[in-house]
Design a protein around this ligand. Structure first.
Ligand code: ADP
Ligand code: ZN
Length: 375
């Protein structure tokens, strides 16, 4: 088990620990329950799939609290984005309050991004804030959403429109959970991992290239735990360094949006059903790398490496239809991106593998590039 420290301010000691390894349940019980001096009760939030697959782990956590004769409540939500709603927050808060859980309650968020964002948001406002622990169970949540202290729920008008910056008191990355992921969830996680490589870490990109070169399926990848740990840790480190330098999302954090201007537009185009976030971002990274080539920012060799690796990952999942016929709709969605400057659209573009920068493009320039590259 390795311990990392995530800083939440420039002050030396302020922050929270992140643990990474295999089979961490015993350690979680020991640190978060047995040795937890002030906590007066635990509320575990999870979804129905995880409850079904990891019943034993949940029972073990509960037994830890029972040993201390303190209350432990498990709240189970339906899987999927539709659970990330204010209504759900109110419903869960009502149950907790009805059972007299007070300010010294600790919330355990056991699940993917949906559970983490929802339970984190609940923790940030229940009794003006209680402690919470992230135990992310998807690759995406482990390398991305559990790092950085962002919490939130969706509105009908858009995703994550209500939320808070509220760091957890600790994060537990237990790779055991990955063994039961579906292919689409591996693809989802690899999208953001690869992005972290292009942003800041050529070595991470190369490690993923080497891993996939051996033609392993995702499930077999999870059978090589040392390699996987190294890759996850590097992915986390990139995100950690960026958010530590820019906790409140002013400058550097923008870089995390590589692949996302296009990716969000693709998700909107396919109405959030035809593709997952990760698939849309993977495609977005290829298109945005093409834009970088057109602008003379990126050389063809690096572009080919990006495209080949992404094709290799998408081949293991399912491919998306080409958006050629929908260019105008795509531009329409991109014009709504909140990073835009006036009527110029913001893109984070690679200059080489390991380095990116923000570029603003006018709609006409974008259209010209689309036609030139025959997207
Ligand atoms: P993310 O944003 O992290 O992709 P979600 O919370 O939407 O996350 O989870 C994606 C899907 O994967 C959900 O259906 C969830 O129930 C399921 N899931 C989460 N963790 C696991 C796991 N370890 N094994 C199998 N399925 C999981
Ligand atoms: Zn993303």
């Amino acid at each position: 088990m390795e311990k990392q420290w995530i800083k939440t301010s420039s002050k030396k000691q302020e922050g929270y620990p992140l643990w990474i390894g295999q089979d961490l349940t015993e350690k979680i019980i020991q640190r978060e329950i047995t040795e937890s001096q002030e906590t007066t009760g635990w509320v575990l939030v999870t979804d129905q799939n995880i409850q079904r697959i990891y019943q034993q782990k949940i029972q073990d956590l509960e037994a830890g609290a029972k040993n201390k004769s303190l209350p432990f409540l498990t709240l189970v939500i339906p899987p999927g984005e539709s659970s990330k709603s204010l209504q759900k927050v109110e419903e869960l808060a009502g149950v907790i309050a009805g059972k007299d859980f007070g300010r010294k309650t600790k919330i355990l968020a056991l699940g993917g991004g949906v559970v983490g964002d929802l339970a984190g948001f609940l923790a940030s406002i229940y009794m003006r804030g209680v402690e919470y622990v992230q135990i992310p169970t998807t690759l995406l949540a482990q390398v991305d959403s559990s790092i950085g202290g962002k919490t939130g729920v969706n509105l009908f008008e858009g995703k994550n429109l209500l939320g808070s910056f509220y760091p957890p008191c600790s994060v537990w990355i237990d790779e055991d959970f990955l063994t039961t992921l579906e292919i689409k969830d591996w693809v989802n996680g690899y999208g953001e991992l690869l992005k972290h490589g292009v942003l800041k870490d050529e070595g991470l990109f190369k490690a993923i290239e080497d891993q996939l070169d051996q033609n392993r399926t995702f499930n077999r990848i999870s059978e090589a735990p040392a390699e996987l740990t190294a890759i996850i840790l590097r992915g986390i480190t990139v995100k950690k360094e960026i958010i530590e330098a820019d906790e409140k999302e002013q400058g550097l954090r923008k870089l995390l949006n590589y692949g996302h201007t296009f990716g969000h537009a693709l998700e909107a185009l396919y109405q959030y059903e035809g593709c997952s976030h990760g698939e849309a971002v993977l495609k977005g990274m290829v298109y945005e790398a093409e834009i970088a080539v057109c602008l003379g920012l990126l050389n063809n060799e690096d572009f080919s490496r990006i495209r080949n690796l992404i094709d290799g990952i998408l081949k293991r999942g399912r491919d998306l239809p080409s958006p050629t016929k929908n260019i105008e709709d795509l531009i329409g969605f991109m014009k709504r991106d909140k990073k835009n400057r006036g009527n110029e659209i913001s893109f984070i573009l690679p200059e080489k593998i390991g380095k990116t920068r923000e570029v603003f493009l006018k709609e006409e320039d974008l259209r010209r590039i689309f036609f030139k590259r025959k997207f």
